[in-house]
Design a protein around this ligand. Sequence first.
Ligand SMILES: [Zn+2]
Ligand SMILES: [Zn+2]
Length: 189
Amino acid sequence: MPAITPTWALGDDAQGLGAKSRGSCELGVGPAAKPTLKNGAASMALTKKGEFWYGTTSGDTQAELRSYSVANRHEAVRFAASKCDCGCRTFALQTDEEAGVAIRTCTDCGREHLMGDSADYVEEAAPETHECVCENEVFELMSGVSVYEGTHDVRWYYIACRCVECNLVGVFADWKCEAGDAATFLTKV
Ligand SMILES: [Zn+2]
Ligand SMILES: [Zn+2]
């Protein structure tokens, strides 16, 4: 097994970053009575405990990402789940929202991957590790993008996580992102 060499060192004051609030906006997760499958979000099994949302599937993560993006006024319309070349779907996540950089590290093979167009900005970035409220640092990752009206060009990038320990789902990072074609961008998450 190859050694895991962290290419992007963290500062001493690096703190864990958790799920972000989407405010009081409850759009998209209203009464779950109707099994209408809109926008491919097949599951509406999100439940709220305290200020956090919990789910069990990638559909739940996608639904939470979409709700957050609607509250952010840049609705995500395309989504993609992260999968390592080795087939593994769980990762540690580091981001720097100011720089527009996200790095996922496979929990199985240790491979680091710069998500989306992160490679273009990593030089100036100081990525910090994300940690769940339960202190776990292993997540399934779902990316979503909004696009400029009438185009397929990325406008805003969202990264949502589902904690593999406690099932918390939430958007952990998002930023304005001008990365061109959304489909191409999402093959690189
Ligand atoms: Zn891997
Ligand atoms: Zn957790």
